[in-house]
Design a protein around this ligand. Structure first.
Ligand code: ATP
Length: 298
């Protein structure tokens, strides 16, 4: 018997970043949107805990105990007092180290898959708390939809959102999230960084479902840092906007760029132009919000 869980990528439609706290963490006010770009994690009973991965970026995914899916299975087994005797197979479609929370998604998916496989029926609130211990973005991967994240991004409040179409330009090579935060610290040194607050304009635009209203409300406090580390992203922005995208925004810590478009037709046009421009490795089109980690029928 196996259990497969499908889990979405995310884009932060607002990413407000405050100054680093003494413990090094940055307070965030972020609005997550789950988009229809999915990984699938399959849990199968096995003698020993093992991880395998398939997909275009599979060679960049660690297969040892540092894999977030393996760590999730281990944490759940320890809590239940059982052995993490499971094989986890990741069918990876979410870009790796792209700012779309792919590793976090696999962590949330593995947690749900193992909980189902082992018949533990762990209460949802406890699963969310375990997700938060695995990483700041992991609870949202379980929850999905659209949500405001505060604290380090792990304290979630669902918000209303209409459906929006996106094109994601996947860059060559990833960016390390800690490195982008360090660059943020360097760029903001000596300035007063305001406390991050949710944007009322952004939340209203998201709820309205109107892409023309959402476009000017999108914001990412890490964008300057990502662009500073990867100046070539400016060319990707230009190519997508030139092809008719309503707005461009670095996804999370980058280097994936998210383009908001009006509809599926606009998405196809912008994706084709981006691919032809040579300013990105590949593109993906998606829409959102979509549900979080979900067990697929057997
Ligand atoms: P975020 O948006 O949450 O900052 P990201 O999308 O930028 O994350 P990930 O794809 O989660 O980045 O990968 C970051 C690093 O995590 C990878 O370089 C890899 O070494 C490690 N990692 C651990 N587990 C996984 C996994 N299941 N899939 C991908 N990367 C993983």
């Amino acid at each position: 018997m196996s259990v497969t869980v499908r889990v979405p990528a995310k884009v932060n439609v607002q990413l407000g970043v405050g100054a680093a706290r003494p413990d090094g963490f940055h307070p965030l006010a972020t609005v997550f949107l789950a988009v229809s770009l999915f990984d699938e994690v399959t849990a199968t009973p096995a003698g020993e805990p093992t991880v395998t991965c398939e997909g275009p970026d599979a060679d960049q995914v660690p297969l040892d105990r540092t894999n977030l899916a393996a760590r999730a299975a281990e944490a759940l087994a320890a809590r239940a007092g059982i052995e993490p005797a499971v094989h986890l197979h990741i069918a990876k479609n979410i870009p790796v180290a792209g700012g779309m929370a792919g590793g976090s998604a696999d962590g949330a998916a593995a947690l749900l898959a193992c909980d189902t496989l082992w018949g533990l029926d762990t209460p949802r609130t406890e699963l969310l708390a375990m997700c938060a211990e695995l990483g700041s973005d992991v609870p949202f991967s379980l929850l999905g939809g659209a949500a405001l994240g505060t604290g380090r991004g792990e304290l979630l409040t669902p918000v209303d959102a209409g459906s929006f179409h996106w094109v994601f330009a996947v860059a060559d090579g990833g960016l390390s999230t800690p490195a982008v935060f360090r660059e943020f610290d360097r760029l903001t040194a000596g300035t007063t960084v305001p406390e991050p607050e949710p944007s009322p304009e952004l939340l209203a635009a998201l709820a309205s479902g109107d892409p023309d209203r959402l476009a000017p409300a999108l914001s990412n406090g890490l964008q300057a840092a990502s662009l500073s580390l990867r100046p070539a992203l400016a060319d990707t922005f230009e190519a997508g906007i030139g092809a008719g995208a309503l707005a461009a925004l670095v996804s999370g810590s980058g280097p994936t760029t998210a383009f908001l478009v009006r509809d599926a037709e606009g998405a196809a046009k912008v994706a084709a132009a981006l691919e032809a421009s040579g300013t990105c490795r590949t593109t993906r089109t998606a829409s959102g919000p979509v549900p979080g980690a979900t067990v697929l029928p057997a």
